[in-house]
Design a protein around this ligand. Structure first.
Ligand code: PLP
Length: 375
């Protein structure tokens, strides 16, 4: 089945009691036991399982082409569950430009758990191969990367991991399953911050892990979800599932407008560089074309005049909201280095943009006047 159809039909059924075609939000924290002690509907207690959560998990599982999924209260909680499924002493290989929250979690929290991480340049397969040591258990791929939109060859990385018996985890938050399906490309696990494109409306925080197999590793992640309890509320699950219904069409619009905005910026005299994998000159363009259906709604650019000029341009826009995050219907602009903090390697003149669902011409006019006035 095609992705648009999965997005509409997976994780739903007509309610047998009322005939309602939109799934209800099941808020109940506990579920009735039969006289014989059984639970015929499979639900016992809200932390361990909830009908609204189950529908969300089924839908994202199907979108990613996996066999099982576990939803969490945030993207970081989902990623944390994968780290917690490892043992102290295990080694992780992560991209140097991984989402800064994941890097901080590895450095500041999981390091104390004695999880050892090497941060490497994932665009170079030899560098990744050389980083593998006997205790390496997990290889993390995140593409396009944040905020430089670097492209990692997912199929090549999953093959390296497979040859060495290492689990390969893809953070697919930026592309979403509408544009890139990492399990088809060989990944063992996929994680999402559902806060972003899956939710799609900037009004819910969540995360999810999808597994290619129902194996011991996923069993452990399920245990961490149910026993650790970092689970999303039923209402949050319902909101994310509602967002997903339009995901494939939103991703098309985000991608189409981002391509137009990137092309405009690429030709602007006050712009030093544009990072968008859809541009022919982007170093990852050919790989992105192979593994992505479209190039997504995220781009970054560097302006002439350094940090001050970048702040002026961001301040001079009127349609773009100055805020962190991505994937909602409104466009956002962000001075990335200052949000990432002192460890950031992001250039000081870089602005990151999440292209929303406004008309691209209006967004381009807004950037044009901001660059003229402030660049
Ligand atoms: C936002 C984000 C996360 C973290 O998700 P939260 O929902 O904020 O916890 C992880 N990875 C990527 C790529 C992200 O963009």
């Amino acid at each position: 089945m095609n992705i648009e159809t999965i997005a509409v039909h997976s994780g739903r059924s007509v309610d047998p009691v009322t005939g309602a075609i939109t799934p209800p939000i099941h808020m109940s924290t506990t579920f009735e036991r039969e006289a014989d002690g059984s639970y015929p509907h499979g639900f016992v207690y809200g932390r361990s399982g909830n009908p609204s959560r189950k529908l969300l998990e089924e839908c994202v599982r199907d979108l990613e082409g996996g066999v099982a999924a576990a939803a969490f209260g945030s993207g970081m909680a989902a990623i944390m569950s994968v780290f917690q499924s490892l043992s102290p002493g295990d080694h992780v290989i992560a991209p140097r430009d991984i989402y800064h929250g994941t890097a901080r979690l590895l450095r500041e929290v999981m390091a104390r758990w004695n999880l050892d991480t090497s941060f490497v340049d994932m665009t170079d397969i030899d560098v990744v191969r050389q980083a593998i040591i006997p205790s390496t258990r997990l290889l993390i791929v995140e593409t396009p990367s944040n905020p430089l939109l670097k492209i990692t060859d997912v199929a090549a990385m999953t093959e390296v991991a497979r040859q060495r018996g290492i689990t390969c985890l893809c953070d697919n938050t930026w592309a979403s399953p509408a544009l890139q399906r990492c399990i088809d490309l060989g990944a063992d696990l996929v994680v999402h911050s559902t806060t972003k494109y899956l939710g799609g409306h900037g009004d819910v925080t969540g995360g999810i892990v999808v597994s290619a197999r129902q194996d011991g590793l996923f069993e452990e992640i399920g245990r961490i979800q149910q026993q650790g309890g970092a689970v999303p509320s039923p209402f949050d699950c319902w909101l994310i599932l509602r967002g997903i219904r339009t995901l494939p069409y939103r991703m098309r619009a985000h991608s189409e407008s981002a391509a137009k905005v990137a092309t405009f910026l690429d030709g602007h005299p006050k712009v030093l560089e544009v990072y968008y994998p859809g541009l022919k000159g982007h170093p990852g363009h050919d790989i992105a074309r192979r593994q992505m259906d479209l190039f997504g709604g995220m781009l970054s650019f560097r302006v002439q005049g350094g940090r001050e000029a970048a702040f002026r341009v961001a301040a001079g826009t009127s349609l773009f909201v100055r805020a962190t995050s991505l994937g909602s219907y409104e466009s956002l602009i962000e001075h990335r280095a200052s949000i990432e903090g002192p460890e950031s390697g992001t250039p000081d003149d870089l602005l990151r943009v999440s292209v929303g669902l406004e008309n691209a011409d209006d967004l381009i006019s807004d950037l044009e006047q901001a660059l003229t006035a402030g660049g």
